[in-house]
Design a protein around this ligand. Structure first.
Ligand code: FAD
Length: 389
């Protein structure tokens, strides 16, 4: 057993750390100003400019297979990259990436959807959730009706990330009898100019999500992604694969926040001594360090497992659940250590406080992660008494 990162992994993390420190963290005050002014966080041009700078630093397509020009990094390296990127709340991702199900594109779909998404020319969104179907997808009501030479889509999607900006949507619609949760659903690639509309949803943080409306939107057979009736498998692939990347957000944010708390505790004095000398403060820092370290181990283990080709459902659910709890606990303590200053808008802590709350909701809520874990334990898929590790 080797729990030490190799030189290559460390070098990748260092390169991303330098990029984040140099290019992204300095943008934070401006992004806070924009948020308060109700302006967009990053425009497409600004994002393209940052991506160009990243490309010049050798950072491009970290999660993309080499056959599409990506770096093809292994899952542990991808996790390290994500952790470093999430040390800032600037909503930046390296170019050359696409939602994993878009790699199911075939024929002309590759040039129309996949490649332009990888190059950053086109923006996609993943449209599964509906007003009546979130955790429980048996409630999907969006339908795609077969007509001569194609399909007609009717329905509404909600909470769709990038939905207001997307050029096309990967839309999940009922196309046949739903004899089980996984049957009767098909995924369609639907360009905005086919006639769907979006309405931004004001969120607690600066996360950009929207409601999408489909009223008689017509698409051809060539817009089916994957196979008719097998869209649910694609959706599960999107949700299941790479879920270990979600707690990386928690780790990156918590590392940065804890660093802020340490600095403040060492410099702020009360009754003639720094806060760092007080046991109450030390315990908050110790608890945060313990939780952070354990989530880091759980997450990197899930990523490492993904690299072995093993089923990562339970490892990812455990990492995601504990990461979300950890980040919310850490940001709360860090705010507490900063006292009144922590509650002001002069510091970015309140932004993190709002930003991190969503970790307990999206990509499977806390309760749904617990359900997955409990089922695994109760069915015996997840061995709670293993011989060895
Ligand atoms: C910022 C943000 C971005 C998102 N981006 C996308 C996106 O890009 N694409 C997309 O398709 N969706 C997206 N979503 C939707 C997200 O996946 C759903 O919000 C999530 O799955 C929960 O569904 P729901 O909101 O309908 O809650 P519900 O399913 O209605 O659940 C409400 C509450 O009840 C709990 N609950 C539900 N069932 C049970 C049960 N059986 N036992 C115990 N507790 C239960 C839940 O955990 C939750 O706490 C996004 C959401 C947010 C907030």
């Amino acid at each position: 057993m080797d729990l030490v990162l190799d030189d290559e992994h460390r070098a990748i993390a260092r390169t991303v750390r330098d990029f984040v420190t140099r290019e992204l963290i300095p943008l934070e005050p401006e992004l806070l100003r924009r948020e308060r002014a109700g302006e967009r966080q990053l425009t497409r041009d600004e994002l393209a400019d940052l991506r160009e700078r990243a490309r010049r630093s050798g950072l491009w397509g970290v999660g993309t297979p080499p056959e599409y020009g990506g770096a093809g990094l292994d899952p542990v390296a991808q996790a390290l990259v994500r952790i470093e990127l999430c040390r800032t709340f600037v909503p930046f991702t390296f170019g050359g990436s696409a939602d994993n199900i878009l790699f199911a594109a075939t024929g002309d779909q590759i040039d129309t959807y996949l490649r332009p998404t990888l190059s950053g020319e086109r923006v996609s969104c993943f449209a599964l959730t509906e007003p009546g179907a979130g955790s429980d997808l048996s409630g999907l009501r969006t339908t795609a009706r077969r007509v001569d030479g194609g399909w007609v889509i009717d329905g509404e999607k909600t909470f769709i990330s990038r939905g207001a900006d997307a050029d096309f949507a990967m839309v999940f619609a009922v196309t046949g009898p739903r004899t089980s949760t996984s049957s009767g659903v098909t995924c369609f690639l639907v360009d905005r100019d086919r006639g769907w509309t979006s309405t931004p949803i004001p969120m607690m943080s600066s996360w950009e999500a929207a409601t999408l409306r489909f009223d008689g939107v017509r698409v051809g057979d060539e817009h089916v992604l994957g196979e008719v009736g097998r869209g649910f498998e694609l959706a599960m692939r999107w949700i299941g694969q790479g879920r270990w990347l979600v707690p990386c957000r928690a780790i990156g944010a918590a590392q940065r926040l804890l660093g802020m708390a340490v600095e403040y505790a060492n410099t702020r004095t009360t009754w003639g001594a720094p806060l760092a000398d007080r046991q109450a403060i030390q315990w908050m820092i110790a608890d945060s360090a313990v939780e952070l370290e354990s989530v880091r181990m759980l997450t990197l283990r899930a990523a490492w497992l993904a690299g072995t080709g093993a089923d990562t459902r339970y490892a990812s659910a455990i990492a995601k659940l504990s990461g979300a709890a950890m980040a919310n606990a850490v940001v709360d303590r860090v705010l507490q250590i900063h006292g009144g200053m922590g509650y002001t808008r002069e510091l970015p802590i309140e932004r993190w406080y709002r930003e991190l709350r969503v970790l307990r909701i999206f990509e499977g809520t806390d309760e749904i992660q617990r359900r997955t874990i409990a089922r695994g334990v109760l069915r015996g898929d997840l061995d709670v008494d293993p011989v060895g590790w």
